[in-house]
Design a protein around this ligand. Structure first.
Ligand code: FES
Ligand SMILES: [Fe+2]
Length: 409
């Protein structure tokens, strides 16, 4: 296992100070390939990490995904359950599937033709005992199937826990599940609907954490998003720490009437007094969420290299009617509007990455009012590097600036 010694614990002491005196994570966390490997093994692998959208996996297909260099395979079992496996053949270790492909119930390795079921069982080993001898008395297929990874689906997103040791998803992500349910209601999850057109995909030349940090604050709104800031000004955005691994901003300026003629349907259980609420949390480590009365977007951060990240967004709407012809234009406009906002964030993220190469920068400072969530995230990450080096200076599980002034999570 990679040691954390490339980053002395003293270099994180200042991250754990109260926000007024704190500095951020050291530059190595953004530029050193050792930190990329460390975060894969110690941050991502130990938590529930988002890897794909449910609708990525087409019917009767298997779908390979690389997550931080680890080859994974999505399959749909006979009982229609999505499963995630290590995408490697048990024989000589070839990556089993390279492209999404249609299968008829079996996955055959294209090297020596060992064959697996969609449930991962090894079911055929042609010629294993010589030409025409497909089985051997001493060779048991049982236990030599594909290695499954613990997975969970929530809100159309597939999550995995690579080391298999994290508490249950429902426990770890309770604040996210609870808050989302408070907003969209019990029926909200069943109403979610989306299509392949409602996707935004982009690559940013920066470390994945900079994308998350940028999303965690609205401080940059007036400079980077002047148009958005006109109808959703900074003064109406508020920081909120929902729990140990969830923070973000919320606003009261969301306008659900995107189009005067064609309104998108609103979640049936959404409180009609709160139609203008928009919440924009990060579900640590790598899921960005945008929750509004008539649509939700989810953004998965795929760290590709220490300084390159893919952002994959999927926009979900409410009920079949949302995907009907009359809503096509308003959905396309909505996708375009969010694409523009996300695109505006690219240059600052890439320039922050460039700044992390400067010996003149050592973590910087935070605004005690507007960078609260970013600082919370830094402390969460730093706690994985050196668990004993400090405790978060933020109160967690407390709605710091709640909509109705009560405890929410
Ligand atoms: S490596 Fe897959 S069958 Fe040999
Ligand atoms: Fe932004």
């Amino acid at each position: 296992m990679l040691t954390r010694e490339f980053l002395p614990s003293e270099s994180l002491d200042s991250v754990f100070l109260p926000i007024e005196q704190a500095s951020g994570l050291p530059n190595q966390c953004y530029t050193d390939t050792a930190s990329f490997d460390f975060e894969r093994n110690q941050v991502m692998a130990r938590n529930w990490v988002a890897i794909a959208f449910e609708n990525t996996l087409q019917d009767n297909c298997v779908h390979p995904i690389d997550f931080m260099g680890i080859p994974l395979l999505l399959t749909r079992s006979k009982h229609d359950r999505i499963r995630v496996f290590h995408n490697v053949c048990s024989h000589r270790g070839m990556r089993l599937v390279s492209e999404p492909r249609k299968i008829s119930g079996l996955i055959t390795c294209q090297y020596h033709a060992w064959t697996y079921s969609v449930d991962g069982d090894l079911v055929a080993t042609p010629n294993i005992g010589g030409i025409g001898i497909n089985a051997l008395p001493d060779f048991e297929c049982t236990g030599k199937g594909l290695k499954e990874i613990r997975s969970h689906i929530w809100m159309g997103v597939i999550f995995i826990n690579l080391d298999g040791q994290a508490p249950a998803f429902e426990q770890v992500q309770k604040p996210a599940i609870q808050r989302t349910r408070e907003l969209i209601g019990k029926s909200g999850e069943r109403e979610l609907i989306t299509s392949q057109e409602d996707r935004i995909d982009m690559v940013v030349n920066c470390n994945w954490k900079l994308v998350a940090e940028n999303y965690l604050e609205a401080y940059h709104l007036p400079v980077i998003h002047p148009l958005l800031n006109r109808y959703s000004p900074l003064k109406d955005h508020h920081c909120r720490i929902y729990g140990h691994n969830m923070a973000g901003q919320w606003t009261t300026t969301f306008n659900p009437g995107l189009d005067d003629r064609n309104h998108l349907p609103v979640f049936s259980d959404w409180d009609r007094e709160m139609l203008m609420i928009g919440e924009y949390p990060v579900i640590y480590p790598n899921l960005l969420m945008g929750i509004q009365a008539n649509h939700i977007f989810m953004g998965i951060l795929h760290p590709l290299e220490v300084d390159r990240t893919r952002e994959e967004f999927q926009i979900f709407y409410c009920g079949d009617e949302s995907l009907g012809k009359p809503c096509d234009r308003v959905r396309a406009d909505n996708r375009l509007a969010w694409s523009k906002v996300f695109q505006e964030d690219v240059e600052p993220c890439e320039r922050m990455q460039a700044g992390r190469r400067s010996p003149g920068y050592t973590g910087g400072s935070f605004s005690p009012m507007l960078d609260v969530c970013a600082h919370h995230f830094h402390q969460w990450i730093a706690g994985h590097y050196h668990p004993k080096s400090g405790k978060t200076s933020h109160k967690t599980d407390i709605d710091q600036d709640s909509v109705d002034g009560t405890r929410q999570c």
